[in-house]
Design a protein around this ligand. Structure first.
Ligand code: BEZ
Length: 248
């Protein structure tokens, strides 16, 4: 699991919340609605929903991120997405770029269903099937070269729409919309910055002294596919975006 550092995140990954404004638009929070922001991070999108007049609670499992969100004035609480403790108190649950970190997807959906009032909506986006496929293969190859077995390892949950629809329906939701959206994503600080920020679970499996070599090899493998002739890096992101409603 990554240890999130808000300033590192701000430098290498601000695009995550920048892209998330479109998901806030999809949610369309209304004044006085009570909304749960699941995986609120540093609160950048939580404050956007608050600005639109909603009353928002943010939860995240990173204490550092919660501190950053509180500093922005968010009612932010330390809580894991697969262990939500709310009961029938929200009109909507919003989530952006968080659910791929939680493999216990059914526990997340059950907690969201408990947290919502009947008819409440669950709107979000996270990594979908095929997300960062090239990056994952390059990391696996670089680790394999050093004898670290991780061919079948992935710390991320990137489901197909069919897989996630089944889970939502089983959890008591009607799915109004769900789709994969390929979204090549410009990286502001090179592939090495992305790996440093997001690939922690891979690096935890190798010896600390091997991390610079694994990073270098992965970057070299990825350069022909993801770096253009101007030196600009683009990550192979695919999002899964959905709108669902609790039936009862
Ligand atoms: C994503 O937002 O797609 C993502 C985040 C961390 C690791 C992999 C993918």
């Amino acid at each position: 699991m990554n240890d999130w550092n808000p300033s590192q995140y701000d430098e290498h990954a601000r695009f995550v919340s920048d892209y998330g404004h479109a998901v806030v638009d999809l949610l369309d929070p209304k004044p006085n609605e009570r909304i749960l922001d699941l995986g609120c991070g540093d609160g950048a999108l939580t404050v956007e929903m608050m600005r639109r007049g909603a009353s928002v609670v943010g939860v995240d499992r990173s204490a550092e991120m919660i501190r950053a969100a509180i500093a922005l004035g968010v009612d932010a609480r330390l809580m894991s997405g697969d262990a939500l403790t709310f009961s029938r108190e929200f009109d909507a649950v919003f989530t952006n770029a968080a659910l791929h970190w939680i493999p216990q997807a059914d526990a997340v959906i059950a907690g969201v269903a408990r947290a919502l009032r009947p008819g409440g909506r669950f709107v979000g986006e996270f990594g979908g099937h095929g997300n960062v496929a090239a990056i994952t293969v390059a990391l696996r190859a670089a680790m394999d070269k050093r004898g670290v077995a991780c061919r079948d390892f992935s710390p991320w949950f990137f489901p197909t729409p069919e897989n996630y629809t089944k889970r939502l329906v089983k959890g008591g939701f009607v799915v109004d919309h769900i789709a994969l959206i390929p979204r090549p994503t410009l990286l502001p600080t090179h592939m090495a910055g992305w790996l440093q920020t997001f690939a922690g679970p891979f690096f935890e499996r190798c010896q600390p002294e091997d991390i610079p070599g694994v990073t270098e090899d992965a970057v070299d493998l990825l350069r022909p596919a993801l770096c253009d002739d101007q030196g600009t890096w683009t990550a192979d992101y695919v999002r899964l975006r959905f709108v669902a409603r609790l039936t009862s």
